[in-house]
Design a protein around this ligand. Sequence first.
Ligand code: CO
Length: 210
Amino acid sequence: MKSIERILLENKAWSKEKLMDDADFFSRLEKLQKPDFLWIGCSDSRVPANEVTNTEPGEMFVHRNIANMVVHTDLNLLSVLQYAVEVLEVKHIIVCGHYGCGGVRAALGNQSLGIINKWLRNIKDVYHNHREEIDVLADMDAKTDRLVELNVKEQVMNLAKTSIIQKAWQEDNRPHIHGWVYGLGDGILKPIFNMEPKTPIDPIYLYDNL
Ligand code: CO
């Protein structure tokens, strides 16, 4: 594990290396941010958005929280979403979960964890809607991993329920929304569920005055 001083030193070395490869690297990025992708991922330190996708600074707008949730009252997520969709005009949104997610595992348990209970409650609701499928699975690892997949699908659908996405789909035929799960054991991203612009959703969630 690196010390805090080490991190600052590594940063200097990284900056120098970037400039050696490309003298305009920072001055170009300083002037313009135009990423094509919004990444909504888990806060887990083992799933860094840029690193697992081999993308550079400037290519991906990133929001991370425990268990990559899209909670419709979360002003932080909604502000990131609105800015990414309406100002940056991203073409793709990726909701990325990961197998072995500690947040999802905790949601399957009954231990009170304080304020996190409120957050995990959203995952418990996903379990509640799919409990027959999850309860028959053999062990906690299998249950967690299936709930990780179902949760990613649910969060993709939650995006489609927002007026922000519905408006962009209607007016600009974007963004495409992708639900992926990352394997901590092999480093591979697995597509689980995706929604193209204008994919029909339950009409109760549709807004007609966007
Ligand atoms: Co996680």
